[in-house]
Design a protein around this ligand. Structure first.
Ligand code: ZN
Length: 406
């Protein structure tokens, strides 16, 4: 049964407040006997773990390695197997663009190709955002539309941009042109389903890529574009409607803001600059009265895992621990700390391993473990479940769910 159908009639509004802290990619594997969570010195998290219920969650399903998009949708109570959202849509929402139901969005990379048309750098030497903005402007001047399809080209960050195809009769099921490796040419934008709308969209995407190559041909690094994550905005119910919550997102990276906006979260203004926890906890305190659900995202732990940098991940977890006190000062009625997926240092990538979960409320039985670690969460009373079942538990602990049946 779809979980929203069960929850929606039971939900009631109350004054209680829920905080969901997501340490991106926090789950890990032992290196020399300890995971980063085990190796880190975390006095605040330890104390909290002793007062909390513990468990493990599978973000999508057992054995499935999730991207951050599905990982987060699950945490917000949206089954990632039911709601598939392209990265293009998430990136577009994340930078504040409005998408219509007919628009097709894709994520773009500026890239480098050699004289034979083979990709030598998928990220164009990681060009700075300023140059990205100039290049997007250049593309916009020459590429306003193809046939009757309007093109919107907006910079995101570093070498990444968003392309929106706006017109009627377009289809989102188009394959990536990014070959995901160097030494080969960009792929054609192949339709993934056989219908006229998709075939036409793929053609327009290819014409965009070819014309962009021509416009960018004299650029030193960014002389080509690669597209991926094509898709349309899926119809998706808002958290306000399903959970009767006023939700807010406190996250720096556009993709997380995008996935949060997709489910209806507000975005209080955040000084984006670097990923700074001081700023995020400040915003949490400033907007405490205005919302009753806060999703606060910690990004860099995932990057440390992807870089295979054990000590950096430990250091970031310790930094998070140091800021925890400020968050606890707000005295949320329900607090959950978890991850959207694991990013183990030995794998240098996302993985299928379940993520640790800590749940604190006025209504738990404490004394399950000494620390917030993968191993201690394994024996916690929450057991192991799919992360899509987290939201109902947060609502229950916030006393926001009526009883089911007479
Ligand atoms: Zn992630």
């Amino acid at each position: 049964m779809e979980i929203h159908k069960l929850i929606q009639p039971l939900v009631r509004e109350t004054d209680s407040k829920i905080v969901l802290l997501v340490i991106d990619g926090a789950g890990d594997l032992p290196v020399d006997g300890k995971t980063p969570l085990e190796a880190a010195r975390t006095p605040n998290l330890d104390k909290l773990a002793q007062e909390s219920a513990l468990g493990l969650m599978d973000p999508v399903a057992r054995g499935i390695t999730p991207g951050s998009g599905p990982g987060h949708l699950g945490l917000f109570g949206y089954d990632p197997l039911q709601y598939e959202v392209g990265r293009g849509v998430l990136a577009a929402l994340g930078i504040g663009l409005q998408l219509g139901p007919d628009d097709v969005a894709a994520r773009g990379n500026f890239a480098t190709v050699n004289e034979n048309g083979l990709v030598t750098d998928r990220r164009a030497g990681r060009i700075p955002t300023e140059l990205n903005s100039e290049l997007c402007e250049k593309l916009r001047q020459h590429l306003k539309r193809i046939e009757d399809v309007e093109l919107l080209i907006e910079p995101v960050m570093d070498y990444r941009f968003v392309l929106i195809l706006r017109g009627l009769g377009l289809g989102g099921a188009v394959a990536d042109t990014d070959p995901q490796e160097t030494g080969v040419g960009p792929k054609p934008a192949a339709p993934l389903v056989q219908d006229e709308a998709t075939a036409r969209t793929a053609q327009i995407a290819d014409r965009f890529s070819a014309q962009a190559r021509e416009i960018l041909k004299n650029e030193e690094n960014a002389n080509a574009v690669l597209l991926r994550g094509f898709g349309k905005l899926p119809p998706i119910p808002k958290m306000q409607d399903i959970y009767k919550l006023q939700p807010a997102v406190i996250a720096g990276y556009p993709m997380y803001r995008g996935v949060a906006r997709l489910v209806g979260m507000d975005i209080p203004p955040l000084d984006l600059g670097e990923e700074r926890l001081e700023e995020k906890t400040r915003v949490l305190a400033e907007y405490w009265e205005e919302f009753d659900f806060f999703f606060l995202h910690v990004k860099n732990t995932d990057s440390a895992g992807e870089d295979g940098n054990f000590s950096k991940k430990v250091q970031l977890i310790e930094e998070f621990d140091a800021h925890l006190a400020r968050i606890l000062e707000q005295q949320p009625d329900v607090l959950a700390i978890t991850a959207d997926h694991s990013t183990p240092v030995p794998l240098k990538s996302h993985s299928w391993h379940p993520v640790p979960l800590l749940l604190k409320s006025h209504y738990i039985r404490p004394g399950e473990g000494e620390r917030f670690t993968e191993r201690e969460c394994q024996t916690g009373s929450l057991g192991r479940f799919r992360s899509v079942e987290l939201m109902p538990q947060l609502l229950a602990h916030a006393l926001k769910l009526r009883k089911f049946g007479a």
